[in-house]
Design a protein around this ligand. Structure first.
Ligand code: DP6
Length: 361
């Protein structure tokens, strides 16, 4: 695999200080990534909708220092210094230092905030690490003027992936594929690419409401979860199935085949959970209210001839997906019925979005 393209080869300029602010989205996978090998290479290709309202905003201030062997940074989250967040970011810097040697030349101050509540059970690693990756790429662009926007996005996704696999899908939008797949032109295990074919208009402005069933910390960290796929009795079939599903999803998205979209998306969510129920050790990540909601969604779909469906992350929260033309009716249904199964009746209304945005430089 050609990772050399991401090394810094040109002579870098010398800049004393710089500051960049990026807003990067969260994403929700339709075909799931679950299982990886080193260094952050997925066992199968995945595809996700980029979200519009759930995002992280991160500013990094870079002040030039004497070159040292250590990467030095301070971390603030929502205005407060958070040293407990540092180990994950320090590990990220370690993984990217070969590709971003300039991080040794600066004292970095990272200020980050999420648009969604911190303890909502919504994973913030995708939006969090993609925002840091974009800030690094903005610095790289200042230091070496040869960089195109296209390369900036590609390398940012490459760097973000090294921090968290799904973060590679949080640079562009509205649909991003990560993982080499024969039917998706340009796809790669190293970075996410925008879905390269024309998507049917029924998927425009697709809606996602996140029902917060359980706002606690994740029961199973993603690192542990991915490791459960090592020596899992169904792993090889699952990886094969996911790649086949991505081929099917590509056609569905182009043809606007709503019925098969619903089938595939729900099947992927349940398969992800089935993998966890059949691993050693085993886990049930759904809560009773997750099941109540799924049953309500199925009832509503049948009674109203609706195109509503659900997907799940590796947790108990439910993402409710539906086309824009059903927005009003389904928002009513969620408010009146589904919210009763949520922690404090809380949910977040979102829709597909376009990807990373620079807010200041
Ligand atoms: C269930 O990207 O969080 O959300 O690479 O270890 O950081 P790491 O894992 P992560 O895994 C996401 C898993 C998932 C499915 C998906 O987003 O495709």
């Amino acid at each position: 695999m050609n990772t050399d393209q991401f090394l810094v080869k040109s002579q870098l300029e010398s800049i004393d200080s710089a500051s960049f602010t990026w807003q990067t989205p969260s994403n929700i996978a339709l075909v799931k990534y679950w299982g990886k090998s080193n260094p952050q290479i997925p066992k199968n290709a995945s595809i996700s909708f980029t979200l519009n309202n759930c995002h992280t905003i991160t500013t990094i201030d870079f002040i030039r220092k004497e070159k040292s062997k250590n990467v030095t940074f301070k971390m603030f989250f929502e205005g407060e210094q958070k040293d407990e967040f540092k180990p994950k970011i320090a590990e990220f810097f370690k993984r990217v230092q070969r590709y971003c040697p300039y991080i040794f030349d600066y004292e970095m101050t990272i200020n980050s905030e999420n648009s969604f509540p911190h303890s909502s059970g919504i994973a913030s690693s995708a939006s969090g690490l993609s925002a840091i990756a974009m800030c690094l790429m903005s610095l790289e662009k200042e230091l070496s003027s040869e960089i195109s926007t296209e390369f900036m996005d590609k390398k940012a996704s490459f760097l973000a992936r090294l921090g968290s696999g799904s973060a590679s899908r949080s640079i562009q939008g509205p649909l991003v594929v990560w993982g080499k797949h024969l039917e998706i032109e340009g796809s790669s295990d190293l970075f996410g690419v925008q879905f390269p074919y024309k998507v049917h208009s029924v998927f425009e402005n697709y809606q996602d409401v996140i029902l917060l069933v359980d706002k606690g910390e994740k029961q199973v960290s993603s690192t542990l979860g991915h490791n459960l796929m090592i020596d899992h009795p169904y792993a090889e079939n699952r990886f094969k199935q996911a790649n086949e599903n991505l081929g099917k999803m590509s056609k569905i998205l182009q043809e606007g085949d709503m019925k098969n979209f619903i089938n595939l998306v729900e099947s992927e969510a349940l398969t992800l959970h089935a993998m966890m129920m059949t691993s050693d050790p085993y886990f049930i990540l759904m809560k009773p209210n997750t099941l109540e909601i799924i049953n309500k969604i199925w009832e509503y779909r049948q009674e109203n001839k609706s195109n509503i469906c659900f997907t799940l992350d590796a947790g108990a929260n439910v993402h409710v997906l539906f086309p824009e033309n059903e927005k009003e009716a389904i928002h009513q249904f969620i408010k009146q019925e589904l919210s009763l199964y949520c922690d404090n009746n809380q949910y977040i209304s979102d829709r597909v979005g376009l990807g990373a945005k620079i807010l200041s430089n």
